[in-house]
Every structure is written in structure tokens, then in C-alpha cells.
Design a binder for this molecule. Structure first.
Ligand SMILES: Cc1cc2nc3c(=O)[nH]c(=O)nc-3n(C[C@H](O)[C@H](O)[C@H](O)COP(=O)(O)OP(=O)(O)OC[C@H]3O[C@@H](n4cnc5c(N)ncnc54)[C@H](O)[C@@H]3O)c2cc1C
Length: 462
């Protein structure tokens, strides 16, 4: 283990320990166990945050008091974003101790939770009670509020991103008032707030749609010729509830095809030995073939509950590669093949810096700041080696190649589009800015990321 790796792990562990220690310490005191010789970083360790002042709240009242008394703050979720969307040089508020399930309503088919909860905490509870969420990201470790605020998604052409299952939210706005918004009563105001990028207020509660629990099984196929995508993309993507295509863009192939099948499947998927030229794997695999599949959810068609098959990575284990950077680009489904082939042509430039790419599908939604707003989408994701100078040089090349395809970047991952680019990609952005100004007139929740990308002003500091 290198010194940097060692430090990174200490940071991750210290953060978790620090947040749970708050439960027994004075409410809204700084997280005292945070040691000054360990910088507060994001999960990947590529970002040292601008302050180590980390406070913690146990109730909406705590949050209201904290927000009223601060000029600037940011909420920190589980720190899994790769860019500076969560960063601040002022003060952080963690809602990690607010991790209770408040109500499970079997008639309305909803669950109401405190917003410090992670999917890893929520899903086993729901499953025990006989319920499920419609989809999950590649990992369960992330907070529900942070994931929904950034339009985090899984895969499946009929599955919207995770924010689409939010049916109501409560947030503390800049003056300390509690605002409640719901899908059924607040229409556009609600749809503008769900993917809120942390800009509107501190979300304290979320109500999510649930459905009866279901079982799934997962198969992995290896080495699909990339040309198979040209004529068969729709057939491949509709073959399972959730489909992920992993490629290193080398050798004109999709290295691994992950098919997550919802049971009982319709029509029956009988796991043929060959799937569009790819061969069924005879062992569990990691998306990066060289890595141990121990971290990964069970494959080989073994049935299991939805929350142990929808993510690629298991709770309690390091997700993905650990030491990495990530970028991800959304294109409208109709542009998928052209966009994929455009990236494939960059294989010589991408190859040396890449750990793995993943291609996924997501249904369209009506959430203003969702990259899938009004467009069924395909995402092209890059897990990079942790070499930011090289990745930073490469991203504009990829973004230029993808520009003809109405591309939108993932809010929580690394991109280099300008503010003008971002503005041209989101037709509801002017109304989103109005909503931000209404709830936060003096920019209490703004930071450098929001100032640059949303408010188009590079000169305002965080
Ligand atoms: C290994 C790995 C795998 C990933 N896989 C996927 C994937 O499969 N699909 C995908 O789409 N993304 C994926 N991501 C990205 C990740 O899901 C998002 O970045 C998500 O935002 C992480 O949530 P978080 O709580 O860690 O966010 P943070 O980085 O802590 O915060 C993100 C934003 O949400 C805001 N926020 C958090 N909580 C609140 C709150 N209570 N109120 C108001 N604002 C709040 C923060 O202020 C910030 O602006 C992955 C990331 C990693 C590291």
C-alpha cells in the first residue's frame, strides 16, 4: 500500500467514525474526533475539501438552527462525488445521524426517510418488510439525498434515475424555514427541486415510491464484438431489466455484458451459452477483469433479492476500483450508437488512462435538472486511473467528439464543459436559477461549482 493509499483509507474510516461519534457528543458541535493531520477528502481522495469544519445535526430543528446562524454552508452526504459539487471553504453540515425510517405506508406504497440514510441502510429494511425500490446505482454505499440531488442512476431502459422515485421532500431553506414539496401537490416547483444539486436547501426528509419486493438473477457474458451493437442495440438493451456493457474500447469488443434479470422474467431468459456473439461466463467477474469479484454482487444466475443484484458492488466491500476518477456522459437514446462509435474511435487516446468504461440506459423523466429530462438516455461512463492532469487533458477531446450528440455530463463526476455549454443543455435552467434565488436569495448554499456551472459567475468564491 502506498502512503497516499494508506492516508486515503484512514480518511474514509475517520469520516465514518467521526460522524457516528457525533451521536454521543453535543448536538451541532464540530465533529471533534476529526484529526487535523488528516485532511477531509471526498471518497476517491482526489479532492481535499476547502474546510475541515464539519458539523452534524440530529433533527430538522438542529438543521434549522444551524442554517439560520450561518452565512455559507454545504451539506456533505457520503462524499462520493468526484468533482467540487459538495465542496465549500465555509462549513459542512452532515446529516448522517439522521438515519431513521419514519414511515412505511403500504397503501400509498411509499417510504418516508430521514435524509442521512444510505441505500445500504434502507434496502435491507425495505426487503424485510416486503418492499423494494425500482432501481439502484452500481453501489449501495451512497446517501439517498446525495444520490437524488445529483440524478444518480442505475441501468434499464424502462427505469428512471433514482430521483424519479422521490414523491415528496422536506428541506430547510436559507432563512431556516422548512419547505415541503410533493409530486401530487406542487407540480413544477417539485420537479424543479428534486435534482436540486444541493443548491436549494438542506433536504431533511424524502418520501420514495416503493413496490413489492422481487427477486433477481444476474448473468455476465464476455467478449461481444462491438459491431453487434449496430444492428442489435435495442434487442440487447431490452434483454433484461438492467443491462450494463463494460468495455476498455480495445479489440473492438464489449468486454463484459451484465444482464440483471427480474424474476419471474417475461419472456423467460434461458441464459444461452452465447448472447450476440458473447460467451456466458462460468465464474463471477469484476467489471475490471483483473480485479477480484469478491466485491461484486452474485452472478451465474443465482437468484437473490433485488438489492443484492441491482448494484454491481456489495455493501461492506470497496466498490469499483477504489483509487480512481470517474466521468460520465448522457446522450439521447437515438444518438447512442453514433456516440459510442465516436468514443471507440478515441481508443488510442483513452486506453492508457482508462480502468473501464460502462454503457447504461435510463428512461426519460420530467425533473428539470436531470440529464434525462425529456430524453430516454444512454450513458457512457469512464472509470479513470487517478491521474487528473492526463484526464483533464483528455476530457475536452471526448466532450468535443460527443458534442454533436446533445451530450450532458453527470453532475457528480468530472467534466470540463463551460458554463455556457451547460446552460445550452438545460432548457429549464433559467427557472432553476429562479427557484434557487427564491429559496436562497443570498447564495448561502452556493459554492464554486454552482457559481461556475449554474450561476455562470466564476468570480464568486465558495
Ligand atoms: C465508486 C462509485 C460508484 C458510483 N456509481 C454510480 C452509479 O452507478 N450511477 C451514478 O449515477 N453515479 C454513481 N456514482 C456517483 C454518485 O452516486 C453520486 O456522486 C452521488 O451524488 C453520491 O452521493 P453522496 O451522498 O456521496 O454525495 P456527496 O458527494 O456527499 O454530495 C453530492 C451533492 O448532494 C448534496 N447533498 C447531499 N445530501 C444533501 C442533503 N441532505 N440536502 C441537500 N443537498 C445534499 C451535496 O451538497 C452535494 O451538492 C458513483 C460514485 C462512486 C464513488
Amino acid at each position: 500500500m502506498t502512503l497516499a493509499e494508506g492516508k486515503n483509507i484512514v480518511n474514509k474510516r475517520t469520516f465514518l467514525k467521526a460522524c457516528s461519534a457525533v451521536l454521543t457528543s453535543r448536538v451541532l458541535s464540530p465533529v471533534l474526533t476529526w484529526s487535523s493531520d488528516h485532511k477531509l477528502t471526498n471518497w476517491a481522495g482526489n479532492l481535499e475539501y476547502g474546510t475541515e469544519k464539519l458539523y452534524s445535526a440530529k433533527s430538522p430543528k438542529d438543521v434549522q438552527g444551524f442554517v439560520r446562524n450561518r452565512k455559507k454552508l454545504k451539506v456533505l452526504g457520503t462524499r462520493h462525488c468526484f468533482n467540487k459539487i459538495a465542496d465549500t471553504s465555509a462549513e459542512f453540515l452532515s446529516l448522517k445521524p439522521m438515519d431513521q425510517v419514519l414511515q412505511l405506508d403500504a397503501t400509498a406504497k411509499t417510504v418516508t426517510i430521514e435524509s442521512g440514510l444510505s441505500y445500504g441502510q434502507l434496502c435491507p429494511y425495505l426487503d424485510r418488510e416486503g418492499w423494494a425500490l425500482h432501481n439502484l446505482a452500481s453501489l449501495p454505499h451512497i446517501s439517498v439525498a446525495g444520490a437524488c440531488s445529483t440524478a444518480t442512476h442505475g441501468s434499464g431502459e424502462k427505469n428512471g434515475n433514482l430521483a424519479t422515485e422521490v414523491s415528496a421532500l422536506e428541506m430547510v431553506i436559507a432563512n431556516g424555514d422548512l419547505v415541503k414539496l410533493s409530486r401530487s401537490q406542487d407540480g413544477e416547483a417539485f420537479r424543479g427541486a428534486v435534482v436540486g444539486l444541493g443548491a436549494l436547501g438542506v433536504i431533511t426528509r424524502l418520501t420514495l415510491d416503493i413496490q413489492p419486493r422481487f427477486m433477481m438473477k444476474q448473468y455476465v457474458y464476455q467478449d461481444m464484438p462491438i459491431n453487434e451493437l449496430k444492428g442489435n442495440f435495442d434487442a440487447i438493451e431490452s434483454a433484461a431489466y438492467s443491462v450494463s456493457l463494460f468495455t476498455d474500447w480495445q479489440s473492438q469488443r464489449i468486454n463484459e455484458v451484465w444482464l440483471k434479470i427480474r424474476m419471474p422474467e417475461q419472456p423467460i431468459f434461458d441464459a444461452p451459452a452465447e448472447f450476440f456473439g458473447a460467451k456466458r461466463s462460468t465464474r463471477n467477474l469484476h467489471p475490471i477483469i483483473e480485479l477480484s469479484p469478491e466485491n461484486c454482487t452474485e452472478q451465474m444466475g443465482v437468484p437473490g433479492p433485488w438489492y443484492e443484484r441491482l448494484p454491481h458492488f456489495r455493501m461492506g466491500f470497496m466498490p469499483s476500483a477504489g483509487k480512481e476518477l470517474q466521468s460520465e456522459y448522457f446522450v439521447p437514446r437515438g444518438n447512442a450508437i453514433d456516440a459510442i462509435l465516436a468514443v471507440a474511435r478515441l481508443r488510442d487516446q483513452v486506453g492508457p488512462h482508462l480502468l473501464i468504461s460502462e454503457i447504461r440506459t435510463i428512461a426519460a423523466d420530467d425533473l428539470w435538472m436531470s440529464p434525462c429530462y425529456k430524453q430516454p438516455s444512454v450513458t457512457i461512463h469512464f472509470t479513470w486511473k487517478p491521474d487528473w492532469p492526463s484526464v483533464q487533458r483528455l476530457l475536452p477531446v471526448i466532450e468535443r467528439e460527443l458534442s454533436p450528440f446533445q451530450v450532458r455530463p453527470h453532475w457528480g463526476k468530472l467534466f470540463t464543459f463551460s458554463s455556457a455549454d451547460i446552460h445550452s443543455k438545460y432548457e429549464r435552467l433559467p427557472e432553476f436559477v429562479e427557484a434557487c434565488t427564491k429559496y436562497d436569495p443570498h447564495g448561502k448554499f452556493r459554492n464554486e461549482f454552482l457559481n461556475r456551472n449554474i450561476f455562470g459567475n466564476d468570480n464568486v468564491t465558495s
